[in-house]
Each structure stands twice: as structure tokens, then as C-alpha cells.
Design a protein around this ligand. Structure first.
Ligand SMILES: *[C@@H]1O[C@H](CO)[C@@H](O)[C@H](O)[C@H]1NC(C)=O
Ligand SMILES: *[C@@H]1O[C@H](CO)[C@@H](O)[C@H](O)[C@H]1NC(C)=O
Ligand SMILES: *[C@@H]1O[C@H](CO)[C@@H](O)[C@H](O)[C@H]1NC(C)=O
Ligand SMILES: *[C@@H]1O[C@H](CO)[C@@H](O)[C@H](O)[C@H]1NC(C)=O
Length: 187
């Protein structure tokens, strides 16, 4: 599918469609992993209420408004840059979470797995940005709170898990939108 022509004819569409297509299963895997991040099958209302009362939240976590004007820009370059920036930010958060959980003796494999998957997604996003000759955005390393108890680590796990799930849904819709725009063949 993803063959490269040696002629000088632009092959943008072929390879762009290939890259966009490969992001969907990556996001499905990431969605599955994100649900397992906190290691809880469900968390109850009590915990949820407590959590939202907290002042101390992860300020730099991408907060995607599910219904918001995500598609006000149907521009390929804006969407891909935005996706890449969010992916980078989640990557930082997942790496931090992995260490934070490990510090308080909680299992860190789910965060590690999600981080590895996010890295793969970032790589494809980066390749697609380079394909359309865009600069790869630089995402500064966010500052993170101190985590000293397992309960705090769990709260942050739930918070990241929720945001990551919203991101995955939003990213899939954005990519499908780009696939239609590029007239990519249906899979
Ligand atoms: C992709 O293909 C569509 C339809 O064939 C065409 O209109 C569009 O210009 C192409 N885009 C690029 C970047 O080659
Ligand atoms: C996600 O999880 C569901 C149910 O656990 C499973 O059926 C599906 O194959 C998984 N998908 C991926 C892409 O891992
Ligand atoms: C995105 O593409 C449009 C049209 O090709 C261009 O006008 C705009 O400057 C680009 N934006 C960025 C951030 O490169
Ligand atoms: C993990 O523990 C080390 C040593 O106590 C500490 O320096 C570091 O800030 C902790 N990391 C996180 C993410 O909590």
C-alpha cells in the first residue's frame, strides 16, 4: 500500500492516506490501554466526587472539548500539528505517571505500555508533518505535582485515563475527517 514512487510525481496522497490509516488502529490500542491505566475496573461515585473537589489537578493535561469546534479548521496542517502537540503532552504525562506510580509501589506497566504506544503514534504524526513540509512543533516539558501517596497516584491515573480516552475519540474523528478530505480509499 505504502509504496514510494521513484519518479518526481508527488505521492502525497498515497503515503498520507497510508499514514492516516495506520493511526486508527494505533488509537484503538491506545484507547484500550488508557482504560486500564488506573487498574480499576470502575471507580465509584464517591471517589469521583472527591476527585473533582480537588484543587490540585494536572494543569497542562490536554483538555479536549469533545463537542467543541474541533473541525472549525479542516486544514490538514493545523489538525496534524495539534494532534502531534497533544500526543507529545500525553507522552510526557504518561512517562511521569509511570515514575509516580512506581515510586508509590503501584503497577506501572499500563502507563509504560500506553507511553510506548503513544510514542509510535507520535512518530507517524511526525512523519506526516514532514510529508507536508511542516515544522514539527516543540512541546515544552510541563511541570508536574509531587506525588507522595498511592491514593494521589491513583487520582492522577484516573485523570490522565479520562483525558486520554477523550483524546483518542477526538483524534479518531479528526483523522477520519482528514481521510475523507484527502479522498483516501475506505478501509
Ligand atoms: C489528493 O487527491 C485529491 C483527489 O484525487 C486531490 O484533489 C488532491 O489535490 C490531492 N492532494 C495532494 C496533496 O496531492
Ligand atoms: C480492545 O479491547 C477489546 C475488549 O477488551 C477487544 O475486543 C479489542 O480487540 C481491543 N482492541 C485493540 C485494538 O486492542
Ligand atoms: C497551513 O496551510 C495553509 C494552506 O496551505 C497555509 O496558508 C497556512 O499558513 C499553513 N499553516 C501552517 C501553520 O503552516
Ligand atoms: C520519585 O521518587 C524520587 C525519589 O524520591 C523523586 O525524586 C521523584 O520526584 C519522584 N517522582 C515522581 C514522579 O513522583
Amino acid at each position: 500500500e505504502l509504496f514510494v514512487q521513484s519518479s518526481s510525481r508527488p505521492t502525497h496522497n498515497v503515503s498520507m492516506c497510508g499514514m492516516l490509516g495506520s493511526m486508527i488502529p494505533q488509537l484503538d490500542t491506545l484507547l484500550n490501554l488508557s482504560k486500564k491505566l488506573h487498574g480499576l475496573v470502575r471507580f465509584n461515585c464517591h471517589q469521583k466526587r472527591k476527585r473533582t473537589e480537588r484543587q490540585n489537578k494536572l494543569d497542562n493535561l490536554p483538555n479536549i472539548q469533545h463537542t467543541a469546534a474541533a473541525f472549525s479548521s479542516s486544514k490538514m496542517n493545523q489538525t496534524l500539528s495539534q494532534l502531534y502537540e497533544f500526543a507529545q503532552s500525553f507522552q510526557f504525562h504518561l512517562n511521569w505517571l509511570k515514575i509516580a506510580r512506581d515510586n508509590v509501589s503501584l503497577p506501572c506497566q499500563p502507563a509504560e505500555g500506553a507511553s510506548a504506544q503513544m510514542l509510535q503514534l507520535s512518530d507517524v504524526l511526525k512523519a506526516s508533518l514532514l510529508q507536508i513540509s511542516l515544522d514539527v512543533p516543540h512541546t515544552p516539558l510541563p511541570s508536574f505535582p509531587v506525588v507522595s501517596t498511592a491514593f494521589e497516584a491513583l487520582q492522577f491515573s484516573v485523570e490522565i485515563s479520562e483525558h486520554l480516552q477523550v483524546f483518542c475519540h477526538w483524534a479518531k474523528r479528526s483523522i477520519r475527517h482528514l481521510q475523507r478530505q484527502q479522498r483516501c480509499p475506505r478501509q
